[in-house]
Design a protein around this ligand. Structure first.
Ligand code: GDP
Length: 178
């Protein structure tokens, strides 16, 4: 259902982080359906999308922030993380180094956000199964060890688990704050 901009019960800020090229912007675009703002990735900008969903009779408005390429310069500012109550840390299942860097992203996230933040580890590009270089079990094990209790494999290309991933994060945030 479509909701007017100011018609919501809760507004949750969710940040997307992870190496450049893992698919953050595409995941965001797949999930967002309004108020989409984009600055060219050739400039250092900010991109965010919003979407309102119903969770247990409440209207939850998610405002999702994308780094818009800042991560390439390791120049993500405090403002990016400020007020975030949820985070998706994404890697590319076909690019092992993007998974190996998840620990750095997690540290940066934890250094800049409240300890109650809801975090999901997201292995994107599962449509490229023949190129897989990160095993599902290895990612699960990592998530458990780091106390990340949400993990999902997605494809922004064929829309596998994209709604599911964001909805799970938003539902868990709702349960933390309500
Ligand atoms: P970002 O730098 O993390 O924001 O990544 P982008 O969203 O810009 O995506 C980087 C590249 O990966 C682009 O060429 C996308 O088309 C591609 N891409 C993103 N998601 C997927 C996916 O789920 N599957 C495949 N095969 N390619 C994807």
């Amino acid at each position: 259902a479509f909701h007017a901009n100011d018609d919501y019960d809760y507004l949750f800020k969710v940040v997307l982080i992870g190496d450049s090229g893992v698919g953050k912007t595409n995941l965001l675009r797949r999930f967002s359906n309004n108020e989409f703002i984009l600055e060219s990735k050739s400039t250092i900008g900010v991109e965010f999308g919003t979407r309102s969903i119903n969770i247990e009779d409440k209207i939850i408005k998610a405002q999702m922030w994308d780094t818009a390429g800042q991560e390439r310069y390791r120049a993500i500012t405090n403002a990016y993380y400020k007020g975030a109550v949820g985070a998706l840390i994404a890697y590319d299942i076909t690019r092992k180094v993007s998974f190996e860097n998840v620990g750095k992203w997690l540290k940066e996230l934890r250094d800049h956000t409240d300890q109650n933040i809801v975090i999901m580890l997201v292995g994107n590009k599962v449509d490229q199964a023949n190129l897989r270089s990160v095993q599902t079990e290895d990612a699960k094990t990592f998530a458990e060890r780091e106390n990340i209790n949400l993990f999902m494999e997605t494809s922004a290309l064929n829309m596998l688990n994209v709604n599911n991933a964001f909805t799970k994060v938003l539902t868990q945030i709702y349960h933390v704050v309500s």
